[in-house]
Ligand binder design. Structure first.
Ligand code: C2E
Ligand code: MG
Ligand code: MG
Length: 619
């Protein structure tokens, strides 16, 4: 404090002795003096001895040197005359603006002006300089290379003893941020330091663009609010450090549950938000996708945690809301998910709740269907129906077995409605095995009669079933148990199943072909099999999808597709069958173009075994 006081005294004294010296200084020091005005510290250093009036040339030279060093400071300095023509700039100025001393001398600083400010801005700036002697502020200027950049600028008017402005001094510092500093500031502003997850601010930002892009694409999104149950107890019993560890592990698990394009954010405390984008366009499908991910999160976060030396278990409560309507405000969306989360807590924790009442109904219906499906096998609610496959003379060569579910309350449930759910939940595995066993048992029972022992049964195999590692073994076991001729069994695979993992498919198909099982490619033409992949597959038959057969006689494109499939099969040396044949015209067309086998309502709908056996009775 003391030294500052002395310095101020010195300045006062200096100001008093300055006028007589000024003309001398002006002659000798020009910019140096001015730089001292800009840097009061230099001022003091350079002129401190003036107090004692011992100014000789040696000392003057020393002061000049000091002042000259000060002039070459980090800040850019520009000195103009009273008419604002540039007299001198320092090297920091050159560094910032790109203009060297020689290039800029004599020019007006206007040369640096960017178009970011209007005339009023400059008028106000100069009014301030002229009335108060100074202006201080941020300004956008233009470098020699044309770049516009922000700088902090101070303009000081320098006056002589008669109070006439002799010079202006501008000092400037470039306040363009370095990329790394900008990055750090961005990170601090938008990320949670504990978990490194986006914070509330960034989430809001992303939510805003998700709403907009959802509106454009029609695709739905979802918000999941996640709150850890009893987090406070953990903090109270094991301490905040353990609480922090838990939050970090929760963050990692959440991130692992979603796609990279989704957002996992931490709002604070033990509150996390997951934002899903690019879900289905259909609300009910988007709800199911959200539910699946919600359940995955529920499962992952309920696994035991290791917090330093402690084993710890806890569960989350999750609330979900759908991003569906672009007119919903961000606040509304967040509120909905929050409310749903409290519903989850109220329902006994470790649960997932949807906000949308309509969605909640959808999910509830599916959950009920799933529960019923689990009972269907043990309660013997499934049946197999048989749909004849016939030769062109209407001789029945076999049947496709199609599953039917007769539910005591629901009545008949279409496989179209429950097979996908069975696939998703894994229940297709026991169901598929049941179908296979029932079909093989039927083949066995037909062996005893000469009217039926030639019949072939086609069984639909779903992707999940086929891709089980022991699928081949399962089929072998069933064939062995039923002791049937494997030639009587045909497995129907779809193109998507085959293409899913073509190498695995080829291995399994070959293994089964070796023991005599046949293969048909179901719904052929609806997928994307290439000729080269078809050639690799040991197929016995292509089954023309019913969608092409349906419009065969009205849509020339379908007619061409059907003909192409038939000749493709012929070229591959394999059989072909058409499904969904409903009219004689369709059948005739197919026969004319070389398709000898048909399945469809023209011959029979899928029927229970008794009715099917009546169809094959010799009349
Ligand atoms: P898919 O294998 O393509 O079966 C053919 C479907 O077309 C059957 O429907 C059949 O009833 C129907 N259909 C047959 N002829 C005609 C016709 O002339 N006109 C019309 N409009 N439709 C005809 P379904 O029985 O409802 O089965 C639907 C799908 O469910 C099947 O398609 C199959 O993908 C699946 N599915 C059925 N049973 C099983 C099964 O046991 N296991 C597996 N994994 N999937 C099955
Ligand atoms: Mg089929
Ligand atoms: Mg089909």
């Amino acid at each position: 404090m003391g030294s500052i006081f002395i310095s101020e005294t010195l300045v006062m004294m200096f100001i008093q002795v300055l006028p007589p010296l000024l003309s001398w200084q002006e002659n000798l020091l020009d910019a140096t003096l001015l730089s001292c005005m800009v840097f009061p510290a230099t001022y003091l250093l350079a002129f401190r001895p003036l107090k004692t009036q011992i100014l000789n040339y040696q000392e003057a030279e020393d002061y000049l040197r000091i002042a000259a060093i000060a002039f070459e400071a980090h800040e850019g300095i520009m000195i103009t005359d009273a008419d604002v023509n540039i007299l001198k700039v320092n090297s920091a100025f050159t560094h910032i603006t790109g203009y060297s001393n020689n290039e800029i001398i004599g020019k007006n600083p206007r040369i640096l002006a960017s178009s970011r400010h209007n005339a009023d801005f400059y008028v106000a700036m100069w009014e301030s300089v002229n009335s108060t002697g100074t202006w201080d502020g941020e300004i956008w200027n233009k470098r020699k290379n044309g770049d516009i950049y922000p700088e902090h600028l101070t303009i000081t008017a320098v006056k002589n003893a008669n109070n006439i402005v002799t010079n202006y001094v501008g000092t400037m510092s470039d306040i363009t941020m370095s990329p790394s500093a900008a990055e750090e500031i961005h990170h601090l502003a938008f990320y949670d330091p504990l978990t490194e997850l986006p914070n509330r601010l960034l989430l809001r930002d992303r939510l805003k663009s998700a709403v907009a892009s959802g509106h454009r694409s029609g695709r739905k999104g979802a918000l999941l609010f996640i709150d850890m149950d009893d987090f406070k107890t953990l903090n109270d019993t094991l301490g905040h450090d353990m609480g922090d560890l838990l939050l970090q592990q929760v963050a990692e698990r959440l991130t692992a549950c979603v796609r990279e394009s989704d957002t996992v954010a931490r709002l604070g405390g033990d509150e996390f938000v997951v934002m899903l984008e690019d879900l289905s366009e259909k609300v009910s499908d988007a709800a199911i996708q959200t539910e699946n991910i919600g359940n995955k999160i529920l499962d992952s976060l309920s696994q035991p945690y290791r917090l330093a030396v402690h084993d710890y278990r806890c569960t989350p409560s999750i609330g979900a809301s759908l991003i569906n309507d672009h007119e919903q405000s961000i606040e509304e969306l967040m509120k909905q998910a929050d409310i749903a989360m409290y519903q989850a807590k109220a329902s006994g924790r470790n649960a997932l709740c949807f906000f949308d009442p309509q969605m909640q109904v959808c999910i509830a219906a599916r959950v009920a269907l799933e529960a019923d499906l689990r009972l269907a096998l043990t309660e013997n609610q499934f049946m197999l129906y048989y749909q004849p496959q016939v030769y062109h003379n209407r001789q029945i060569i076999g049947a496709e077995v199609l599953i039917r579910w007769h539910h005591p309350q629901r009545g008949f449930v279409s496989p179209v409605d429950f097979i996908p759910l069975a696939e998703e939940t894994g229940m297709i595995l026991p169901i598929g095995l049941w179908v296979l066993e029932t079909a093989c048992a039927q083949i066995k029972s037909w062996e005893s009669s000469e009217h039926t022992r030639h019949l072939l049964l086609a069984v639909n195999v779903s992707a999940r079933q086929f891709h089980q590692t022991d699928f081949v073994e399962q089929v072998r076991m069933v064939l062995h148990r039923c002791a049937i001729n494997p030639n009587r069994l045909k497995l129907e695979l779809t193109e998507s199943l085959v293409l899913d993992d073509i190498n695995d498919t080829i291995l399994k198909m070959n293994a089964l072909r070796e023991i005599g099982v046949c293969f048909s490619m179901d719904d052929f033409g609806t997928g994307y099999s290439s000729l080269s992949s078809l050639k690799k597959l040991p197929l016995n038959q292509l089954k023309i999808d019913q969608s092409f057969v349906r419009d065969l006689t009205i849509d020339p494109d379908d007619a061409v597709i059907v003909q192409t499939i038939i000749s493709m099969a012929r070229n591959l040396g394999i059989g072909v069958i058409a499904e969904g044949v409903e009219t004689e015209t369709q059948r005739a067309f197919l026969e004319l173009h070389g398709c000898p086998l048909y399945q469809g309502y023209l011959f029979s709908k899928p029927v229970p075994i008794e009715q099917f056996e009546q169809l094959i009775q010799p009349n």
